[in-house]
Design a protein around this ligand. Structure first.
Ligand code: FAD
Length: 391
């Protein structure tokens, strides 16, 4: 069997390629450092703006939202093409892929105008205020409190692991607005201007890159937020929180699978260079990686059909688990193939995500098994919702 896209999708790909050839940022431009997941170097701002203006930023949306009403299949072609070129659409992925779709779906026309459009045009950057010291996997336990006081909310509490908070203009923040009802029924979502008095960001340096801090602890002390910054209905934030991450899930797998395919190619080369290819265990591990990559691509196509119809796609839950665990495993295969040199962080590794040695990619890959729901939580979802096992 040979799977291929139809002529219409291929014509779309041709048009996109032509546009990318003329407009994608150069390697020299992309060398300008990015300080966090909410920091826009100048080239990234200009690149996102070009995509928006020419309808290539969110192809499935109408032109006024930076798109061209692309069909679901065309959207998949689009993400495949970006993954092949290792291009990211935005320097602030949470703003573009999680928060903007939530505002477009649940916000008022004024909120769309004030927040969604400038975010699409790369004029605003965002952080996502979900996790707290006592609420990660069990997000519904969040305790940051927002109390209505006339025409504003007063917010007190703490978030943690807030990516890019120290470079963000706004926080899309989940807060407790009713402590007297079952926990997931008393949550609301507020847009909080990060310049409001009472907010303190404390960046958390990372083990893999001491000079790079993306995570933050964010403290809120009597922070005044206008009541009009409520997104969606009061106490209906749980629905929004669940929907937010689903927006990302639908397409993220394409990049993950492309990274795994690329890593397998690099492992083959590494095996030849180091002599590791003579080892049966190494060859088995690489062959398993290639098989897994193919299985994931097919699973992704299967799930895409459901996702495109707005249905729950169990395949994407499987893929989040499968791809993040596979990536981590393959980077370890590469690290071990280098034997003693494997822990040398200056040694060039597979060019996936950001630059880094095999061991750096391995250490970074743990984040994929945690962010957006840990592997254990994905297994719980699969057990309960797919296999029908008891809770
Ligand atoms: C790269 C990265 C970026 C992130 N960015 C953000 C961000 O921008 N904003 C934000 O709000 N958060 C962010 N997070 C936080 C992330 O959402 C949480 O780390 C994640 O939800 C897990 O929560 P936790 O760290 O509190 O771990 P916990 O929930 O405390 O879990 C600890 C361990 O217990 C396991 N566990 C917990 N409950 C169960 C269960 N019911 N069954 C089985 N095992 C269980 C977990 O799998 C895990 O191994 C980010 C995380 C990463 C890694």
């Amino acid at each position: 069997m040979r799977l291929r896209f139809d002529d219409e999708a291929e014509a779309f790909r041709g048009e996109l390629r032509e546009w990318l050839d003329a407009n994608q940022p150069t390697t020299e431009e992309m060398a300008e450092p990015k300080l966090s997941s909410a920091h826009y170097p100048e080239w990234a701002r200009a690149w996102q703006r070009r995509q928006f203006d020419d309808g290539w930023l969110v192809p499935g949306w109408p032109p006024e939202l930076g798109g061209r009403n692309a069909t679901p299949v065309q959207q998949m072609v689009y993400f495949e093409e970006l993954a092949r070129r290792q291009l990211v659409r935005s320097a602030n992925p949470q703003g573009l892929s999680i928060i903007t779709p939530s505002i477009v779906d649940h916000g008022t026309p004024e909120q769309r105008e004030r927040y969604a459009l400038p975010t699409l045009r790369a004029e605003l950057s965002w952080c996502l205020g979900m996790s707290e010291p006592g609420a990660g996997s069990d997000l519904a336990s969040l305790a940051t409190r927002a109390v209505r006081d006339g025409d504003r909310f007063v917010v007190n509490g703490q978030k943690v692991w807030t990516s890019g908070a120290h470079h963000s203009d706004y926080c899309f923040c989940f807060v407790r607005t009713d402590p007297d009802v079952p926990k997931h029924k008393g949550i609301s979502c507020l847009v909080i201007d990060m310049r409001t008095p009472g907010i303190t960001c404390r960046p958390l340096p990372e083990l893999t890159e001491p000079d790079w801090a993306d995570f933050n602890e964010v403290f809120f002390t009597d922070v005044m937020v206008p009541a009009e910054n409520l997104v969606g209905e009061l106490n209906q934030g749980w629905r929004l929180a669940n929907g937010s991450l689903a927006h990302e899930r639908g397409m993220l797998w394409i990049t993950n699978v492309a990274n795994i395919e690329r890593t397998v190619e690099h492992l083959v080369a590494l095996g030849k260079d180091t002599g590791a290819a003579a080892d049966d265990r190494f060859r088995d591990a690489v062959a398993q990686g290639a098989i897994d990559a193919m299985a994931m691509r097919l699973l992704g196509y299967k799930g895409f059909g459901k996702f495109a119809k707005g249905e729950f796609s169990v395949e994407h839950t499987l893929l989040k688990l499968f791809s993040s665990e596979t990536e981590r495993r393959l980077y370890l295969v590469g690290t071990e193939a280098l034997e003693g040199d494997g822990i040398d962080t200056d040694r060039v590794g597979p060019p996936v995500w950001r630059e880094g040695s095999w061991v750096t990619q391995y250490l970074r890959a743990f984040s994929g098994t945690i962010a957006g729901g840990t592997s254990e939580i994905q297994r719980n979802i699969i057990a309960e919702r797919v296999l029908g096992l008891p809770r």
